[in-house]
Design a protein. Structure first.
Lengths: 306, 292
């Protein structure tokens, strides 16, 4: 009798221990997940808090619309960040103009045309390219693309928006290509069969049936590539020339938000308008990137509902 | 008459189709070859000239013949430290999302946060690193600052790959384990994680390769310099890594052989990143093949 009792209590001791560790682990997992949220919120909060200090010294309209970026520590300093915002917008647009047709073309090729064996070779290669460091792309741009651009345009230096856009296109190509590829692949086979049965050629099937069916996936792929292009720093720094001036041509050295932050932040004390102005540039990038992600989420949710 | 028109139209469509097919093939093949060629050029211009002295040698500011030893060491050190910090949190979050998360507001908030965090531009993590470690803790540009800032960057991607690989484990495995009387914790550790290991390792190699080559975060939170001596494991040494050094010699350094150093550094960096990506996967490919 006594023995059974002790076994029972042993059993229940073990039982309690298991239940307890089970609960502790569950709470640890929940805690970890919440850590991620806390990190995101503190980043947004802190970037915003530091960045907004800019406007104690600089007018909002001057910051966004003035093109005079003459930071400094005396009265004559002006903080017109307009050139960098314009630069980033131009660079992102130019990158998308170059990379979207090529990457969607690659996606169509992989999903619809290439034989299985080739698909299985090219897909891992593209996945691998996503993992190549951005300085390597920047280095490629600097050693191969910039001299090439200079030669084609007959300018002394090839640094500028065009070189940066070419490097960025190379970088976002695997991102846009692979995500579009997956969404084209996900279009049900019966759609294609129906199109062929109506007498469509492969070209007509792709353009009038497959691509429209996969459009949400392709749009989110493009937006994801866009966030990558927006936030890319080192590859751009290496090929854009880093002169704070508005680009008058595609091959004139200029600056964008990210490259300007990196080039200047190391030289300024933390508690200065200059530094706050740079933090606000970072904050603007952050806000745009978050908005784009929310947009992608809305698109994807809608396609799930349908 | 109508028939003839149709026939012509379809003939035209066929020609368009042929043209399209050919151009897609050309586009696909040329792009892939072009990219591979570029990468090959980097390796070709650098790797044959890399010597052991270069790999573990000290860098030089003025004379030719400097090495990349401390930077390369920092790259590994910072990557490993950042992974040590981010793996437990990401794995926990991944397990929560895949195993526990009920379908409610909190879960969807967490998901939005993970996606949001993964869209944060890397330079923002660098700015946070400056604000936190240089300004608030006043420790300057260090290895620990670089590693922790990098850990924040790793979190979302690592969480996503953990969740995906854990979710991919068939439900029947879990049911089998519960039927034997295992608790949820035992099921996760003894059944789910071992089965998901394949995916976890692939994901880890992806994140490690990215962390190894990351430069924007390191340049702001770790600085451009590395320790002046080799095998310096102090957490408070300067945190410049190989990726940062590649940018530094290319654009700021005044050594006469900066160009060669840049070529060789690029080759070493690319080689290690490819190795991290491939080495982890080769055993997995091999296993898969054997299973078939």
């Amino acid at each position: 009798m006594q023995q059974t009792n002790s076994t029972a209590s042993k059993m229940s001791g073990r039982h309690w221990r298991l239940m307890f560790s089970d609960q502790v682990f569950k709470w640890f997992c929940l805690f970890s997940a919440i850590v991620l949220c806390v990190v995101l919120f503190s980043i947004v909060f802190f970037m915003g808090k530091t960045g907004v200090l800019t406007f104690e010294f600089v007018k909002v309209t001057e910051y966004f619309f003035s093109l005079n970026w003459n930071p400094g520590f005396d009265e004559t300093a002006t903080y017109g960040a307009g050139i960098f915002f314009i630069g980033t917008i131009l660079l992102t647009l130019l990158t998308l103009i170059i990379s979207v047709p090529i990457s969607v073309g690659i996606a169509v090729f992989l999903a619809e045309i290439a034989p299985t064996r080739l698909k299985e070779t090219v897909r891992p290669i593209l996945d691998l390219l996503v993992g190549i460091p951005s300085v390597i792309y920047g280095f490629l741009g600097l050693t191969i693309l910039v001299p090439f651009v200079a030669k084609v345009f007959g300018t002394q230096l090839g640094d500028g928006l065009l070189a940066a856009a070419l490097v960025l296109s190379l970088m976002v190509l695997p991102t846009i290509g692979r995500i579009s590829d997956d969404s084209i692949e996900a279009v049900p086979q019966k759609y294609r069969e129906a199109a062929y049965a109506m007498g469509c050629t492969k070209l007509q099937t792709i353009f009038f049936v497959v691509l429209p069916a996969a459009r949400r996936g392709i749009v989110s792929a493009i937006i994801l590539g866009m966030t990558r292009a927006l936030g890319e720093t080192m590859a751009v720094v290496m090929v854009i020339g880093n002169v704070p001036q508005l680009a008058e041509s595609l091959v004139q050295p200029t600056s964008v938000l990210t490259s300007n932050i990196v080039m200047q932040i190391m030289a300024v004390p933390f508690e200065s308008t200059w530094n706050y102005a740079l933090f606000f540039m970072g904050f603007s990038l952050l806000v745009v990137a978050l908005l784009l992600i929310v947009f992608v989420r809305i698109i994807n949710n809608r396609s799930e509902v349908q | 008459m109508q028939n003839l028109k149709d026939f012509k139209a379809s003939k035209l469509a066929k020609i368009f189709n042929q043209f399209f097919m050919v151009s897609m093939w050309v586009l696909g093949i040329i792009t892939v070859f072009f990219v591979l060629l570029l990468l090959f050029l980097i390796l070709k211009d650098g790797l044959p000239y890399v010597t052991w002295d270069f790999v573990i040698g000290l860098p030089s500011e003025i004379d030719a013949g400097g090495g990349i030893g401390p930077m390369l060491l920092n790259s590994f050190y910072v990557t490993i430290l950042s992974l040590l910090v981010s793996i437990p949190i990401s794995l926990g979050a991944g397990i929560y999302l895949a195993e526990y998360a009920p379908d409610n507001k909190l879960t969807s908030t967490i998901r939005v946060c993970v996606e949001g965090l993964s869209s944060v531009p890397s330079i923002v993590f660098g700015l946070i690193g400056i604000a936190l470690f240089v300004e608030y803790f006043q420790i300057g540009l260090t290895i620990i600052g670089a590693s922790l800032s990098l850990a924040m960057l790793n979190l979302p991607l690592l969480t996503r790959v953990s969740e995906e690989s854990i979710r991919a484990v068939p439900h029947s495995y879990r049911e089998g384990s519960y039927a034997l009387g295992a608790t949820k914790l035992q099921t996760i550790f003894k059944v789910v994680i071992p089965v998901a290991m394949r995916g976890l390792i692939t994901g880890l190699s992806l994140v490690a390769g990215r962390a190894f080559g990351e430069s924007a975060v390191i340049i702001l939170a770790g600085g451009v310099n590395a320790s002046a001596e080799m095998w310096d494991f102090s957490l408070f040494s300067p945190g410049g890594t190989l990726a940062v050094h590649l940018w530094y010699v290319q654009s700021e350094a005044i050594v006469p052989d900066a160009k060669e150093i840049a070529h060789k550094s690029a080759a070493v960096l690319l080689f290690v990143v490819l190795a991290i990506n491939l080495l982890f996967r080769i055993p997995l490919w091999w296993m898969e093949r054997k299973m078939k």
